[in-house]
Write a protein that binds this ligand. Structure first.
Ligand code: FES
Ligand code: FES
Length: 155
C-alpha cells in the first residue's frame, strides 16, 4: 500500500506492507534510529514520537494509519546545532544514563509541556507512567522536566 507521511517536515511516499508498524517504517525505511524499540508490546515508551503533535507509542500504530499525518521524531528537535530545551535540560540535570529510554522520554515530555506548561512533580510522574527507565530511578528525569518547564515559562 502506498502511504505519504510527513516525517520531520519532509513529505515521504513509500510502498509499505499493511502490517508494517510505524516504528519499523521510521527505523527501517527511513533510518531514523533515534526512535528505539524496547519491548514491541506497548509497555516501555522508547518508541514514542509525535503524530500531529501528540505523543504516541509508534509500536502501537501501523504505518498506513499515519498516512496523511505529520510525524516528528527525536531527530527533529535539534535546530541549527542547538539542542531542544528539553534535550538540554536532560543533559544538564543528568536525566539519563544509558540513554536508551531518552528519546521516548524527551518526546513524551515535550508533549506534556505543550499541554501543561508548569506540571507538578506528581503530574510529571503520572504522565511518564508509560515510559520505562531501567537506569535512573526517574528522579533526574523529573528534575529535567521541571528544569525545562521553569526555563520555558512565559515563552
Ligand atoms: S517499543 Fe513501543 S512501547 Fe516499547
Ligand atoms: S537511561 Fe537507561 S533506560 Fe533510561
Amino acid at each position: 500500500m502506498q502511504v505519504t507521511i510527513t516525517v520531520n517536515n519532509r513529505s515521504i511516499t513509500r510502498d509499505v506492507e499493511a502490517r508494517t508498524l510505524l516504528v519499523d517504517f521510521i527505523r527501517g525505511e527511513l533510518a531514523l534510529t533515534g526512535t528505539h524499540v524496547g519491548c514491541d508490546t506497548s509497555q516501555c515508551g522508547a518508541c514514542t514520537v509525535l503524530v500531529d503533535g501528540k505523543s504516541i507509542k509508534s509500536c502501537t500504530m501501523l504505518a498506513v494509519e499515519a498516512d496523511g499525518h505529520e510525524v516528528s521524531t527525536i531527530e527533529s528537535l535539534e535546530k541549527n546545532g542547538e539542542l531542544h530545551p528539553m534535550q538540554a535540560a536532560f543533559r544538564e540535570c543528568h536525566g539519563l544514563q544509558c540513554g536508551f529510554c531518552t528519546p521516548g522520554m524527551v518526546m513524551s515530555t515535550v508533549d506534556l509541556l505543550q499541554n501543561n506548561a508548569n506540571p507538578s512533580e506528581p503530574e510529571i510522574r503520572e504522565w511518564l507512567e508509560g515510559n520505562i527507565c531501567r537506569c535512573t530511578g526517574y528522579h533526574n528525569i523529573v528534575k529535567a522536566v521541571q528544569h525545562c518547564a521553569s526555563g520555558t515559562k512565559g515563552a
